[in-house]
Design a protein around this ligand. Structure first.
Ligand code: S3P
Length: 415
């Protein structure tokens, strides 16, 4: 089997969340084109509506009329979406009144202290289950600027503090240990906000107002990673992936695939809403193992499950470390991957912060427990195609969190 042809992945999830949130905060009407139509983004859209934003569809556009958000009358359900819950905390911290947030069975187990702590220092009040989990109530109001040195590289925490900083007295500064995705910084600038960046420090002054803008959402590199690995790990393949966001804080997985031997070309660069977009051409080969660690981890954190699949098909050892954050994603992704390989008959060494994969793994058909995690489901679905193995997933509906249409696209590439 060779993977040939072209594919345009759906809109970027991180950028879609921010487009609806920033549109809701902005004065005027923001138009959003090519937004991701997925369950996570729906959670954000409904949250912004609960805060009073007028959000409507107009043909292939979303129209968001924002300006003054207010205390919601209902509990906000962030569903499965960590980005919705955490960025929302930053917005709610600046809204007078009390708001309640909850989430699904996965989200209520994910750490929230990382946002509660800085936002409480700025002056917001939180009442959370066990002081650190959803459901929780946020009482927002007057905030004071803060200099905050983050201990995890998290774009969600950085964004929450910057959004609160917009409503705070004076300056707010965030210092990241390693650079994480910078869509918030780029899109805030696009909406007219002044930010000062100096290495991993970002400073924002309170009292600035967003101005509505037309946003075109580029394709999601994290979704593109699935067909990219399918092609990269299938010798003789030649796949064109069109219109994806080529923000450097998102595409370190392409560097990894190149190190593993895949041939990747970039073409057709253009700019949209402060982001670089382009096409990539992926040519497949017999991949070799590599080490993935350190500063590149935040820029490929969501792609580690599918890179583990590439490693399983590659010749030699792949070491993944410094990725403890994987344990607090939609599922414990280190466990889900290691258990997934075990269910297919192969041993992979589990590390506290990663794993060691000696490829090619001797795999057979089997059943995968996805833990209802969209990226685990899509990763093992790709593995089944690369190795022509009958891999049964216990949950396929979860792909709708980030990539509705995934199975159709996959079948189009690898019947
Ligand atoms: C995201 C940030 C990352 C990423 C998540 C989306 C964002 O999470 O894993 O899928 O849109 O800001 P962290 O902030 O927890 O690293």
């Amino acid at each position: 089997m060779h993977i040939r042809g072209e594919i345009s992945p759906p809109g970027d999830k991180s950028i879609s969340h921010r487009a609806f949130m920033f549109g809701a905060l902005a004065r005027g009407t923001t138009t959003i084109k090519s937004a991701l139509e997925s369950l996570d983004v729906k959670s954000t859209r409904e949250a912004m509506q609960a805060l009073g934003a007028d959000i409507r569809r107009d043909g292939d556009l979303w129209l968001v009329r924002g300006g003054t958000l207010k205390e919601p009358q209902t509990v906000i359900d962030a569903g499965n979406s960590g980005t919705t819950a955490r960025l929302l905390c930053g917005i709610l911290a600046g809204i007078h009144g009390v708001s309640c947030i909850t989430g699904d069975a996965s989200l209520v187990r994910r750490p929230m202290a990382r946002v509660i702590q800085p936002l409480a220092t700025m002056g917001a009040c939180f009442m959370a289950r066990q002081d650190r989990y959803l459901p929780m109530a946020v009482k927002g109001g007057r905030l004071a600027g803060l200099t905050y040195r983050m201990d995890v590289a998290s774009a969600q925490v950085k964004s929450a503090v910057l959004l609160a900083g917009l409503n705070a007295e004076g300056a707010t500064e965030v210092i990241e240990p390693l650079k994480s995705r910078d869509h918030t910084e780029r899109m805030l600038r696009f909406f007219g906000i002044e930010l000062v960046e100096d290495g991993n420090r970002i400073r924002i002054h309170g009292g600035q107002h967003l101005q509505a803008r037309p946003v075109e959402v580029p394709g999601d590199p994290s979704s593109a990673a699935f067909p990219a690995v399918l092609a990269a790990a299938t010798p003789g393949s030649d796949l064109l992936i069109k219109g994806i966001c080529l923000n450097p804080t998102r595409i370190a997985f392409l560097d990894v695939l190149k190190r593993m031997g895949a041939d990747i070309e970039f073409n057709n660069y253009r700019e949209t809403a402060g982001e670089t977009v382009g096409d990539i051409r992926v040519q497949g080969t017999h991949l070799t193992g590599t080490t993935i660690q350190g500063a590149e981890i935040p820029s490929l954190i969501d792609e580690l499950p599918i890179l583990a699949i590439a490693a399983a098909c590659a010749e030699g050892r792949t070491i993944i470390r410094d990725a403890r954050e994987l344990r607090v994603k939609e599922a414990d992704r280190i466990k889900a991957i290691v258990n997934g390989f075990a269910a297919l008959g192969a041993d992979v060494e589990e590390l506290d912060d990663g794993m060691i994969i000696d490829g090619p793994l001797p795999l057979r058909a089997g059943r995968i427990q996805t833990a209802s995690d969209h990226r685990i489901a899509m990763s093992f679905a790709v593995l089944g195609k690369v190795l022509s193995l009958d891999i049964h997933l216990d949950d396929t509906a979860c792909v709708d969190i980030s990539y509705p249409g995934f199975f159709k696209d996959l079948a189009g590439l690898a019947p």
